[in-house]
Design a protein around this ligand. Structure first.
Ligand code: SF4
Length: 243
């Protein structure tokens, strides 16, 4: 009997060969990428303190092309969302005021935007200046955030927002825009400034900096690496090499 089942195109030698070339080209392009000198505020709220250390200190040269594309996709949606808000009447502060450094330059961050003027909406008033932060999420995470809010679904992002609000001294409620990367829907909501969250994130940053300076690796999120976050972690193999 003839087997008419279609072969999986991902396994086709042509696909495998081209993807291998693409990976090599991507790796060549990023050969000289350096690890960041400062701890980025976007990392601080991660659930795993050890992962924060890896993300800070390990150069991004090892990232596969797929991960770089996810980052590029986020930048694309951010720029597009911002332009749509401008078209709708929002005004943004110039880029020079979006960055901060703290702790002698060891903590730094760069916000996506600060809204300095917003159009009037019936029954709603956005106090300005307001931090603006954009995230591009897949449909599953978009729906979860829509249902449960940012702090519950992505405490890391909530910590990032609190730190930006604190260090940029923009403590009006932040406007968050989430783009659903699968459907291109957009979700906009505000997040009030949470001073306690900012303080906790700042304390955590100090803990990570002090341990890293002392060449200490912080504990794993899950000693057995069975947690779903460990299974998805891009530093899993590296983590396994250390106790
Ligand atoms: S594998 Fe788990 S414990 Fe290790 S760095 Fe990643 S999240 Fe943390």
């Amino acid at each position: 009997m003839l087997n008419l089942a279609r072969a999986n195109l991902s396994n086709d030698p042509l696909n495998v060969a081209i993807n291998a070339c693409v990976e090599q080209a991507s790796a060549r392009k990023h050969t000289y990428d350096q690890a960041r000198g400062h701890l980025g505020a976007s990392l601080i709220g991660d659930d795993c303190p050890r992962k924060i250390q890896f993300e800070w200190k390990v150069a991004t040269t090892t990232f596969p092309a797929r991960v770089r594309s996810i980052v590029a996709r986020g930048h694309f949606f951010e720029a597009e969302s911002r332009q749509l808000l401008v078209d709708a009447g929002f005004a943004f502060a110039p880029p020079e005021v979006l960055s901060f450094v703290a702790a002698d330059g060891l903590i730094a961050g760069h916000a996506d935007g600060i809204i300095i003027n917003a159009p009037a909406f019936p029954g709603f008033y956005l106090a300005t200046p307001a931090l603006w932060e954009h995230k591009g999420l897949n449909a599953k995470n978009y729906r979860a955030t829509e249902r449960d809010g940012l702090a519950k679904v992505f405490p890391r992002y909530a910590a990032q927002v609190a730190l930006y609000q604190n260090f940029l001294n923009v403590t009006n409620p932040a406007l968050i825009t989430i783009t659903n990367a699968d459907t291109c829907e957009r979700l906009h909501f505000t997040v009030p400034f949470d001073a306690r969250r900012a303080q906790e994130a700042s304390d955590r940053a100090v803990q990570v900096i002090e341990a890293t300076r002392a060449d200490e690796l912080l504990p794993r999120l899950d000693p057995a690496l069975e947690d779903f976050r460990c299974k998805m972690c891009s530093h899993r193999e590296r983590c396994l090499r250390y106790k």
